[in-house]
Design a protein around this ligand. Structure first.
Ligand code: UDP
Ligand code: MN
Length: 324
């Protein structure tokens, strides 16, 4: 339908790469909806050009430039820059309904059925399930709602410093009012959850429709070897299931990198694929010989060695031995 759209946001070239992969993944699964990317003013021309090839609409939003209430809100809450930019999605009133998706999400199957849901539908946050995670949500563009959201931002700020805090305190009856607004977790499967409840992941993970690479380390923070098809960078920071990470890299290297190369012409650029890197590849091997206590500490700080010692396969083996 022409008046329904998937919307994402990328303020810089790194998040743009995420948006490119997300857009491609939606197209590959034959979405019938429009694709919209909100971008920041700092984005480079080549990235803009590639986004324009993937998305139906690429719209620059500069909260600082806009003479409207968002600008006022920004003056009072300069800390909420990206958050206020994300709220801009409510101004897309030429669509009757939209699904917002973070640029660090990847679609694994067609999810057009999300448009049967109402505002504000979202999946629980794995860290505090009475809050929804704002990486994937269904909304209705409306200038009235937009104004109220900005007012809310200015008056109350954000309890977590980001859009998720604002949206949860604004749509504060989400957890209790209407169960149909709770999206199943498979529409926003975050990497963190895989390791906090592994048996559930084993049981249901295969049904995942959207993965969310939530957290500090994003797929584009790694390096990928297209020949061996292995992730080679900062492996010890990995906070996600290696298979999903490989899915992201495979799509990125096969379909996005060629487009970026075309746009850059002869100018060198860093794709993140090792064979393209003219610079020496940094060896970021996992530090060997961590004591059990050190390992536990790292785990508790969210720094498990997910691709090495604490890899999914190893955990699964351990789990299987308990279950037997
Ligand atoms: N974002 C952006 N530029 C930034 C930070 C965030 O465009 O510098 C957008 C992007 O769409 C991103 C979303 O805001 O996916 C939410 O941020 P992020 O995914 O980093 O937060 P997390 O999901 O890890 O909590
Ligand atoms: Mn995210």
């Amino acid at each position: 339908m022409a008046d329904q759209a998937f919307v994402t946001l990328a303020t810089n070239d790194n998040y743009a790469r995420g948006a490119m992969v997300l857009g491609k993944s939606l197209r590959n699964h034959n979405t019938s909806k429009k694709l919209v990317a909100l971008i920041g003013p700092q984005m480079s021309e080549p990235c803009k050009a590639v986004l324009k090839r993937i998305y139906d609409e690429v719209r620059e939003v500069d909260v600082l430039d806009s003479g409207d209430t968002a600008h006022l809100a920004m003056m009072k809450r300069p800390d909420l820059g990206v958050t206020l930019t994300k709220l801009h999605c409510w101004t897309l009133t030429h669509y009757s309904k939209c699904v917002f998706m973070d640029a660090d999400t990847l679609v694994l199957s067609n999810i057009d059925e999300l448009f049967n849901r109402e505002e504000l539908s979202a999946a629980p946050d794995p860290g505090w399930p009475d809050c929804f995670n704002s990486g994937v949500f269904v909304f209705r563009p409306s200038l009235e709602t937009y104004g109220k959201l900005l007012q809310h931002c200015t008056d109350h700020g954000s309890f977590d410093g980001g859009d998720q805090g604002v949206l949860n305190s604004f749509f504060n009856d989400w957890s209790t009012a209407d169960i149909s607004k709770h999206l199943p977790f498979i529409y926003n499967l975050s990497s963190i959850a895989i390791y906090t409840y592994l048996p559930a992941f084993k049981q249901y993970g295969g049904n995942a429709k959207v993965v969310h690479f939530l957290g500090k380390t994003k797929p584009w923070s790694y390096t990928y070897d297209t020949t061996s098809r292995q992730i080679t960078g900062s492996a010890h920071d990995a906070t996600t299931h290696p298979t999903f990470l490989l899915d992201w890299w495979s799509l990125y290297s096969r379909t996005v990198v060629p487009m970026l190369k075309e746009q850059h012409g002869d100018q060198p650029f860093y794709s993140g694929c090792v064979e393209d890197a003219s610079r020496p590849v940094v060896d970021q091997a996992i530090p060997p010989g961590l004591s059990s206590e050190e390992r536990k500490q790292k785990w508790e700080q969210g720094q498990a060695d997910y691709l090495g010692m604490d890899s999914f396969d190893n955990i699964k083996k351990k789990l299987d031995s308990f279950l037997k």
